[in-house]
Each structure stands twice: as structure tokens, then as C-alpha cells.
Design a protein. Structure first.
Lengths: 223, 253
């Protein structure tokens, strides 16, 4: 039996799919910004000497990383309102759940980057009289950023792909809309292929750009 | 008043006592050498001077001001990060492994302190930094990143970075130990030049010949204590204590 491909449905529903892609990208951008900020705060505050801060943040990070992101999302959508009485719409829930989840990973990336900086570079900064804050801004942060750039891009790509889970709480992202269209047209294979291609053409250029910048850094500073 | 006074300085790591009560004064314009075996505490002593290591007990005084701590009533309390940084730039440091910042050019490495810490306007700082680079003979490498410089050149940039702060003292932590033998002399020549210009220098070194010819006074440390001190003619002469003679002898032999 031969399957007859018919990609004309994809073209017919192009506006729906592109709207889905736009939702996906917007969700991803908001989540990436929120989780990077949260992750950076977690990484910076974690080592403070204030009592209970370190164990609290460490526990938060390990718990968050241990829960599958879909479980976290669905739990926040259905269970949280029962427990707290607070009912958030799907869009907000997705952003909060994905941001919390990703922040744990960003925090670990930032921590690794900060810890990887040669103690000597920090001492040199102190020796010319830089305060701790100046040392972080002028020396540690730029050096760490170059080092964590590849895993950072990686994590951003994971966030982008994790947005496909938003469909579970009926947020109309790309995969969700693709499935809606396929139910209507009975063409799931064509629509899944189209969804896959749209993800690839969004993500691959990002990867290439990241590789380009990484190479630039390296040529400039480390030959 | 001496430029620098070290009083009853102790440093312990856990149960390991690295410094056991050091007393020492340094006069302006003096070139002081610290020698001693690995683990004798000479680098720790140097690093306690600018509070890179926090002394367990005792104090360091620069121009009458206690470094890193201050007296409040009859207690010693830690100075703020800003106060300490103000003191540290009076005691510039040159490191064994250079520690140039890899994301900044030679010139930017030298300018960083004056611009960020002393808030000197970048144009003036650039002129001063170029002068410092010229002094170490590296004006033509101003725009090179550290990765493109040899070890000797990197260390000379490290010295220029220290000079640009216009410090009272420069602390050298084994400045030639990480260098290939053929690069040692270019760095020693620069240090010799600073000594001739009347700067105050404290140098932790394994270069006995250098300590002998450049230093006004050499301190021999053993097991965290000053075992012997005096002008090179004493330390490297027949009058030195037997342990000093043995230590110095191993280098000649």
C-alpha cells in the first residue's frame, strides 16, 4: 500500500501554522529571558553567607530538575488552583512553569561558568583594587560568558522545543495547532512534517550563528 | 615612620601553621627579597601584605594604616570592600602566572585599574598606560591579546599593569618561576630598572643571583619564621647562619 502525500493542506493552513510558530517563538523568548534572569539570581545568591539561602536554593534546583517538565506544567495548571485557589490562564501557567523549570538549568550553567574562572584572574582584579562587584562585572562575567556560551545556546534551544508542551494546556503553539489542523484534514503526516521543518528552520540558523560567534571569540582571545 | 610594618603576623590553615609571628619593617625605596624553600611561607607572607590572604593574627600597616582591618575601640574589624581596594592599589602585585585578563589587550590590561578603580578619564589613562608599557619595553605590543605574547612579555605587561597604579610598593610573587629560562632575564632586567628608579619592591624569588645583586636586604624564611635577614653580603657571605648557608649553597652547587 502506498501512502499518497498531499502537502497542499499545509499550504492551505499556512496562516494557522505561522501563527503557531509566532506563539512558539514569543513563548520561548519570554521564557528564556525570565529563566535566565531567575537562573542568574539563583546562581549569584546561592553562595551568599545568609543562613538557609544555600540549602534552600540547592534544594529548589535539585527538585526542579528531578520533575519532568510536563508534570510540572500540568500540575501547576490543575493542582495549584485547587491548593491555592489561584487560577491562572494557560499562557501564564506555561510561562511560569517553563521559566521555573529552565531557571534551574540556567542557574547550573551560570554557576559552572562563574566557578570555572581562574582564581588568578580574580586575584589580579583584586590586586589592582577592584571591589568584588567590579571584579564580577569587568572580569568574571565576560570571561564566564564566553565559556558558557555553547551550553547557554543549547539550553535556549531546549526551551524553544519545550514550548511544544504548552499544547497540553490548550495554548495554541505550533505543534498544538498542527495537530488541530491534522484532525480537521486527516493529514497528520504532512502536518507533523511541516511542524518539524518549521522547528528545524528556526533552530538551525540559531545554532549556526552560535557556532560563528563562538569561533569569533576564540580567534580573538585565544588564537 | 616606616613605609610598611608587619607585626606579629600569624597565618594558619586548619592545624597547619604557615606563618609563626613575623615582624618586619620596610623603608621607602628599599628592595627586599624573600627567599626560602617551598612551603617556608614566603608567598603566604607576601600575600598577607595586601590582604590577599587574611592573616590569622597580627597586622600589616601601610603608611600607618592597618591593611584590611581597622581598630574600632579595642577591636579589629574588617574594612569594607571599597576601603580595602583603596589600600590594595597602593601595593600592586605581580604574579607568578602573570594573570593577565585574556579578554583584554595588553593596553587594556594596564588601563583597567586606573580607569575602573581610580576613575581616571580613559584618554589620560591611555597615555599613562602607554608610558608604563614603554617602560617595560612593550609599547609595540599594546594591542596584542595576552595569548599572542610570550611568557616573558606577559610578565612585563603584568609589571606595567602594576606600575600604572602608581603604587607605593610593588609585590612580586616569584615573577620568573613560570618562565622558560631564556625569558627570565628580560623580566629581571625590567625589575632591575624599577629598582634603579628608586621604587620600593618586595620580591619572592628563587633567583639567588638576582637577589644578591638587586636586593638591599634579603629575608630567609624557614618553617614560617624569619630565620635570617640582612644585606646580601651577609646572607650570601660566611657570616650567615648555617641553615641559610646550606640553603643558598644548594643553589650554587
Amino acid at each position: 500500500m502506498q501512502y499518497e502525500w498531499n502537502f497542499s493542506v499545509v499550504w492551505d493552513y499556512r496562516a494557522v501554522l505561522l501563527a503557531g510558530l509566532l506563539h512558539t517563538v514569543v513563548l520561548a523568548i519570554i521564557t528564556i529571558i525570565a529563566s535566565m534572569i531567575l537562573g542568574l539570581i539563583l546562581a549569584l545568591v546561592r553562595n551568599s553567607k545568609i543562613p538557609f539561602v544555600y540549602p534552600t536554593i540547592s534544594t529548589f534546583i535539585s527538585l526542579t530538575r528531578a520533575v519532568p517538565v510536563l508534570v510540572l506544567l500540568v500540575w501547576m495548571y490543575y493542582c495549584l488552583p485547587i491548593i491555592t485557589g489561584l487560577k491562572l490562564d494557560g499562557y501564564t501557567t506555561v510561562i511560569i512553569a517553563l521559566s521555573i523549570y529552565s531557571s534551574a538549568f540556567f542557574a547550573e550553567i551560570f554557576r559552572g561558568g562563574i566557578q570555572s574562572i581562574d582564581r588568578g584572574h580574580i586575584e589580579a582584579a583584586h590586586s589592582v583594587g577592584m571591589t568584588r562587584r567590579q571584579t564580577f562585572q569587568r572580569i568574571v562575567a565576560p570571561l564566564a560568558f564566553q565559556r558558557i556560551f555553547p551550553p547557554l545556546v543549547n539550553q535556549c534551544i531546549l526551551v524553544l522545543k519545550n514550548t511544544t508542551l504548552a499544547g497540553y494546556v490548550a495554548v495554541p503553539e505550533l505543534l498544538y495547532l498542527g495537530q488541530q489542523v491534522s484532525i480537521r484534514t486527516f493529514r497528520p503526516l504532512e502536518l507533523l512534517t511541516a511542524v518539524a521543518i518549521l522547528f528545524v528552520v528556526t533552530i538551525v540558523p540559531l545554532t549556526l550563528a552560535a557556532e560563528y560567534f563562538e569561533k569569533k571569540f576564540h580567534e580573538k582571545y585565544f588564537r | 615612620m616606616s613605609l610598611l610594618t608587619i607585626r606579629n603576623l600569624h597565618k594558619t590553615y586548619g592545624s597547619l601553621e604557615v606563618l609563626k609571628g613575623i615582624n618586619l619593617t620596610v623603608e621607602a625605596g628599599e628592595i627586599l627579597g624573600f627567599i626560602g624553600a617551598s612551603g617556608s611561607g614566603k608567598s603566604t607572607l607576601l600575600r598577607c601584605i595586601n590582604h590577599m590572604e587574611v592573616p590569622t593574627q597580627g597586622e600589616v600597616e601601610l603608611e600607618g594604616e592597618t591593611v584590611g582591618v581597622k581598630r574600632v575601640g579595642d577591636r579589629l574589624v574588617a574594612r569594607s570592600s571599597a576601603e580595602l581596594s583603596l589600600q590594595r592599589r597602593k601595593m600592586a602585585m605581580v604574579f607568578q602566572h602573570f594573570n593577565l585578563w585574556p579578554h583584554k589587550t595588553a593596553l587594556e590590561n594596564v588601563m583597567e585599574g586606573p580607569v575602573v578603580v581610580q576613575k581616571i578619564d580613559p584618554q589620560t589613562a591611555r597615555t599613562k598606560a602607554m608610558a608604563a608599557l614603554k617602560r617595560v619595553g612593550l609599547a609595540e605590543k599594546a594591542d596584542a591579546y595576552p595569548s599572542r605574547l610570550s611568557g616573558g612579555q606577559q610578565q612585563r605587561v603584568g609589571i606595567a599593569r602594576a606600575l600604572a597604579l602608581e603604587p607605593r610598593i610593588i609585590l612580586f610573587d616569584e615573577p620568573t618561576s613560570a618562565l622558560d629560562p631564556e625569558l627570565v632575564n628580560e623580566v629581571l632586567a625590567v625589575i632591575q630598572g624599577l629598582a634603579n628608579d628608586g621604587m620600593t619592591l618586595i620580591i619572592v624569588t628563587h633567583e639567588m643571583r638576582f637577589a644578591r645583586t638587586v636586593c638591599d636586604r634579603v629575608v630567609f624564611l624557614e618553617h614560617g619564621e624569619i630565620a635570617d635577614a640582612g644585606p646580601p653580603s651577609h646572607i650570601f657571605g660566611p657570616e650567615a647562619n648555617p641553615r641559610t648557608r646550606e640553603f643558598v649553597g644548594n643553589y650554587h652547587g
